[in-house]
Design a protein around this ligand. Structure first.
Ligand SMILES: *Cc1c(COP(=O)(O)O)cnc(C)c1O
Length: 381
């Protein structure tokens, strides 16, 4: 039982086969259709699909105008790509701490990061809050703070497709300038590899669409074979059979979300008596109809008189896979070399305790029961 995995059924395979029989297997109609479907699911006006969640983040950063020597705030508790995308633009990352209980950037940790950056004489251009595990960050508050400082927002929504934040679908871009998604197989829906940016800005979407394919411009006043490149772009395209898979998976999204929510409810219920050694953190509430990507819990390994490695090994011995999301990015050698040793205690506390238990639409309630009973046994609860 892996910590997460994709679900491919016959209808997905048929969709891919059909796409392979079309005249265009890249830059064809499946690409446009996937974008349309993403707009209708997120409620955003525009969407641009691309090769990965990482390229989506890079394109979004370029789209909002992040340039060399600009500064962007990134919560240190995320996947590497959130920070790396900023670096691809030649901009610098200013790491924000996160809440020790949720692992999320909060209005408090965000404001603290701004204050600390300002003390060092930096002006912040952008912020990239992350809906960690599918739990939405408080974008409304983050927007209010950003407005005061004229900071652009890219919501890294790679964990959160299918969820809601205060009544709007994740990716609706009501509070953020752009949102990014990943369709890597471990994510909630997959296209093999793939990603997307959603936005309500025509300017941003046009810019990103051009950058996705070398910024090659064509128009009716040009020769039929002519194109102009005014900016340096990339090949961040996604092909038609990947998009066909993405569209087929989107049709199954509601089912995936329901299944994951149900599994999370069972996990929470079965672990409710495991305090204080285990704290659950995926809370499903009315205002926050989250689409859970990961089931991460906090374990007080010291109190349980054990170590994380030993628990991971014992679970693996029972055929149960786990993962740690995430090692704070600022502690990676590359970022240490750039910015020195930073002390972000909320992220460190969260990291010390977090462990992600298996969560995927392939699982059944009996699997959750099995995982929890083994975990309780190992932790002697
Ligand atoms: C997966 C992920 C990414 C990167 O997506 P890829 O498709 O693997 O490039 C970025 N941010 C977060 C939070 C992710 O989980």
């Amino acid at each position: 039982m892996p910590y997460g995995s994709h679900s491919i059924v016959e209808q997905d395979i048929k969709a891919v086969s059909r796409a392979l029989r079309q005249d265009y297997i890249t830059s064809g109609e499946q690409v446009d259709l996937f974008e349309k479907k993403l707009c209708s699911i997120t409620g955003a006006k525009y969407s641009v699909v691309c090769s990965s969640g990482t390229s989506a983040l890079h394109l979004a950063c370029l789209g909002i105008g992040l340039k060399k020597d600009d500064i962007a705030i990134v919560p240190t508790l995320s996947f590497l790509a959130t920070a790396n995308a900023v670096r691809y633009c030649g901009a610098n990352v200013f790491f924000s701490d996160v809440c020790a209980n949720s692992g999320l950037m909060t209005p408090d940790t965000y404001e603290a990061a701004i204050t600390s950056a300002q003390k060092q004489g930096y002006r912040i251009k952008a912020v990239l809050p992350v809906h960690l595990t599918g739990t939405p960050v408080d974008l409304k508050e983050i927007r209010a703070i950003s407005k005061k400082h004229n900071i652009k927002i890219i919501a890294d929504s790679c964990h959160a497709i299918g969820g809601e934040y205060v009544g709007n679908p994740i990716g609706a871009c009501v509070y953020e300038d752009a949102a990014t998604f990943s369709f890597h197989p471990v994510k909630t829906i997959t296209s093999g590899e793939g990603g997307a940016v959603t936005t309500n800005s025509l300017t941003i979407s046009k810019k990103i669409k051009a950058l996705r394919s070398h910024s090659m411009e064509k128009n009716t006043s040009m020769y039929s074979w002519e194109y102009k490149m005014k900016e340096l772009g990339f090949n961040y395209r996604i092909n038609d059979f990947q998009c066909a898979l993405g569209i087929s998976q989107l049709k199954r999204l509601r089912g995936f979300v329901k299944k994951r929510q149900n599994l999370v409810n069972h996990y929470n219920r079965l672990l409710s008596d495991a305090h204080p050694i285990v704290e659950t953190r995926c809370k499903l509430t009315n205002w926050n109809k989250m689409s859970p990507h990961l089931y991460s819990i906090l374990i007080d390994f010291k109190l349980a008189k054990t170590t994380r490695q030993s628990v991971v090994n014992d679970l693996r011995g029972n055929g149960i896979g786990t993962q740690v999301h995430y090692i704070p990015i600022h502690t990676q050698p590359y970022y240490k070399r750039l910015y020195g040793n930073l002390h972000l205690s909320g992220a460190n506390d969260y990291y010390q305790k977090t462990l992600s238990l298996p969560l995927s639409p392939q699982m059944e309630v009996c699997d959750v029961k099995f995982v929890v009973s083994k975990l309780k046994k190992i932790l002697k609860i």
